[in-house]
Design a protein around this ligand. Structure first.
Ligand code: ADP
Length: 263
C-alpha cells in the first residue's frame, strides 16, 4: 500500500532521513512513536506528498508522490494534523464539508455529509459553528471530512495530543473501526498506551528506525529511553523487571504479589 524506498530528506544542512525504507501493508494500523524531533511529522508530510524526498521514492498504492498527480494521491489519502482548525475553511460543520465535496465530488452532497457525520457521531452538530466545537469534536469533524473522499489511507499526526483521555479513546475506537473496514492507518503519537490499538509499532530516533514490531513486543522493550509518555503501570512493570525477573503484562497477580513484598 505504502512503499518508502531508500529516501533521503532533510532541512537545509540537517539530514533527517538517510537511506530510509519502510513498507506499510494494506489494512495495517501503524503507530509511529519517538521523542520530539525524531522525524515523525516529517515522515507524515513525506507520505502525504506535502514534502518530497530529495532522493529515493514513495509509492502510495503504486502512485509516486514525486511524479504522479498529487490530486490523485490526495483522493486515496486523508491527512489530519494536531490542530485541525488550521485545515478548516468553512465556518460551520456543514459549510466545511460542503466545500470539500463541491471541490472533489459534487453528487449527493447531503447524503454523503450525513453518512460521514453519523459515522463519527457528530450528526447533531451539523449546523453548529466550528468555533463552538470541543477539541475532540474538531478532530471528529476533520475525520468526517477526510472520510467524505473515501480514503484508502489515513495519516494522523499527533491528533490526540490536545484531547482529554475520554476523547482520545473515542477517536481511537473510531479509527479502529475504520481500520477494520479496510482503511490503512498511519498514526503518530507519543502516548505509549495507545499502541494497543495498532497492528504494528515503529519507533523513530533521529530519523532512524529503532524498532519495528508488534505492540506486544514493543511494550516489552525499554520504553523509558525515548521520552515517550509511559503510563504508571508499565513503568512499574519495567522497574520490577530490572532484577531479571520476567513479569508479563497479563500476569497481574504475580505483579501484585511482588509489590506486596515491598510493603
Ligand atoms: P517530530 O515530529 O518527531 O517531533 P519533526 O519531523 O517535526 O520531528 O522534526 C525532525 C527534525 O527536523 C527536528 O530536528 C526539527 O527541528 C527539524 N525540522 C522540522 N521541520 C523543520 C523546518 N520546517 N525547517 C527546519 N527544520 C525542521
Amino acid at each position: 500500500m505504502i512503499k518508502i524506498s531508500d529516501i533521503t530528506y532533510g532541512y537545509e544542512d540537517k539530514k533527517i532521513f538517510k537511506n530510509f525504507n519502510l513498507s506499510i501493508k494494506k489494512g495495517e494500523f501503524l503507530m509511529v512513536l519517538g521523542k520530539n524531533g525524531s522525524g515523525k511529522s516529517t515522515l507524515a508530510k513525506l507520505i502525504s506528498g506535502i514534502d518530497l524526498p530529495t532522493t529515493g521514492k514513495i509509492l502510495i498504492d503504486d502512485l509516486d508522490t514525486g511524479t504522479d498527480d498529487i490530486w490523485e494521491i490526495r483522493k486515496k489519502l486523508g491527512v489530519i494534523f494536531q490542530n485541525p482548525e488550521d485545515q478548516f475553511v468553512g465556518s460551520t460543520v456543514l459549510e466545511e464539508m460542503t466545500f470539500i465535496l463541491e471541490n472533489y465530488d459534487g453528487k449527493n452532497i447531503d447524503l454523503k455529509i450525513n453518512k460521514a457525520l453519523i459515522s463519527v457521531g457528530l450528526m447533531h452538530k451539523k449546523n453548529e459553528s466550528i468555533n463552538n466545537l470541543s477539541g475532540g469534536q474538531k478532530q471528529k469533524l476533520a475525520l468526517a471530512s477526510a472520510l467524505l473522499l473515501k480514503p484508502k489511507v489515513l495519516v494522523l499526526d499527533e491528533v490526540s495530543a490536545m484531547l482529554d483521555p475520554r476523547s482520545r479513546k473515542e477517536l481511537l475506537m473510531l479509527l479502529k473501526k475504520m481500520n477494520k473496514g479496510g482503511v490503512t492507518i498511519v498514526y503518530i503519537t507519543h502516548y505509549v498506551e495507545e499502541v494497543m490499538y495498532a497492528s504494528k509499532c515503529l519507533l523513530l530516533d533521529q530519523g532512524k528506525k529503532v524498532r519495528e514490531e508488534t505492540p506486544r513486543k514493543f511494550l516489552e522493550g525499554d520504553l523509558l529511553k525515548y521520552n515517550l509518555v509511559v503510563p504508571f503501570h508499565l513503568k512499574l512493570l519495567m522497574k520490577l523487571n530490572k532484577n531479571e525477573e520476567k513479569y508479563k503484562l497479563e500476569n497481574n497477580q504475580c505483579v501484585v504479589d511482588k509489590i506486596c513484598q515491598y510493603l
